[in-house]
Design a protein around this ligand. Structure first.
Ligand SMILES: [Zn+2]
Length: 399
């Protein structure tokens, strides 16, 4: 018999597995992986399982993957400390996030470099269970367009510069997986081509590109759009801009902040109708104030005030969000009327495929990392399992 603790069993649960919905199923995990998913009546009871009890009617969905998150619970990627990333990795399971890209912001070169070195180092030694996994870095800026800066500090914005990028890749131990840039800026297309050649996602964002400029960027290898609608040309009938290009080109996967504040619910629905479930990726773009009280916080050296569910700069510009990915999951269901399967596609499958890690994350299937979220009847997070270890349990949280 296999010794206890080695086999972990969740049973009597509805499972949204990779290839089917199971009404009353079970999942067996071992050594951080899912080793079996099936119908409960097929479970062989001859093993000594460690059982995770779940109330009836709850559902299991794959862990959410946030490809755009700056901070949470007082910590930010730009703090450039092990503690900051650890705080993020520990806090995120509470919202159903089991892996993420630590996201930087436009800053002085040395500040960005510190954050890159720190994240690269952190990834080498991060806990392999029980916390969200840092999958890499999302470099947001500084290669963006000052006209669409938003909360990116304008005076630190620079033109795309491939030699900087090469140095940064080395400093980060090659953990930069996604770069948000404005392809219409000088050397922008050169950078897109370089990213494409090196297997890094080139994302159009904080960009004033015209439709034609976006098409050129797609031809050069761009395949992603950073927070659709926010900080880009809107949809105009004589200038489709980044939004129109995103709607028309399936090559582009579009991030969306589905909080009802950065994008109002009707526009989330419009984007969903255009991009369909394959084309959208739910993100939070959240900042350190998430999970903290209303008040004043730092974002890239700027003061951000958080009140009434919004985070704004002094001049009223929307800064990062305080959205939780579990809430975005619920919101997309409400705003669009999509199914749970559709929401899973946007919260877990698409980001995993875009990052080229769908062989190990993004769905509940045999052989994949045991990254699982259990939702209650109201689709609130009840439990989050990160690589086979319970990282959040609502009942513990209440105590
Ligand atoms: Zn951001």
């Amino acid at each position: 018999m296999i010794p206890k603790d080695n086999l972990i069993l969740i049973k009597n649960i509805q499972i949204y597995s990779e290839d089917r919905f199971i009404e009353n199923g079970y999942i067996i995990m071992k050594n951080k992986k899912i080793i079996e998913v099936g119908v409960l009546s097929d479970l062989e009871n001859d093993q000594d399982y460690q059982i995770i009890e779940v109330p009836s009617g709850f559902i299991a969905v794959p862990g959410f993957i946030d490809v755009h998150i700056h901070g949470v619970n007082g910590a930010d990627t730009m703090d450039a400390t092990k503690e900051a990333l650890d705080t993020m990795a520990s806090a995120l399971p509470k919202e159903g996030t089991t892996s993420f890209l630590a996201t930087t912001i436009t800053q002085e070169r040395k500040e960005i470099e510190k954050a890159l070195i720190n994240a690269g180092e952190y990834m080498k030694t991060q806990a392999d269970q029980g916390k969200a996994e840092v999958l890499g870095i999302h470099l947001e800026g500084p290669f963006v367009n000052a006209k669409r800066a938003g909360a990116q500090p304008v005076h630190h914005i620079i033109d795309p510069n491939v030699s900087f990028l090469k140095e940064w890749l080395a400093l980060s131990n090659h953990s930069i997986k996604l770069v948000t840039l404005a392809p219409e800026q000088p050397n922008g297309l050169e950078m897109v081509r370089y990213l494409k050649e090196n297997g890094i996602i080139a994302s159009i964002g904080h960009s004033d590109a015209t439709y034609e400029q976006v098409v050129e960027a797609i031809e050069a290898g761009a395949n992603h759009v950073t927070h659709l609608f926010n900080q880009m040309k809107g949809l105009h009938h004589r200038e489709p801009g980044v939004v129109g290009a995103a709607f028309l080109h399936d090559e582009l996967k579009a991030e969306i902040i589905a909080d009802g504040v950065h994008v109002r619910p009707e526009m989330v629905k419009l984007a969903y109708q255009q991009k369909q479930r394959e084309g959208l990726i739910l993100i939070t773009d959240s900042m350190r104030a998430k999970c903290l009280k209303n008040g004043t916080y730092d974002l890239g050296g700027q003061e951000v005030t958080v009140k009434d569910g919004k985070a704004v700069l002094e001049d009223g510009t929307l800064a990062g969000s305080i959205l939780k990915l579990g809430q975005a999951f619920k919101n997309i269901l409400n705003y669009t009327g999509c199914s749970i399967e559709d929401a899973i596609q946007m919260a877990s499958v698409n980001p995993a495929k875009q990052l080229n890690i769908y062989d190990r994350k993004g769905s509940i299937a045999k052989g994949k990392d045991a990254d699982i979220v259990i939702l209650d009847h109201n689709r609130e997070i009840f439990m989050t399992i990160c690589r086979g270890e319970v990282a959040f349990h609502k009942e513990d949280d209440i105590k």
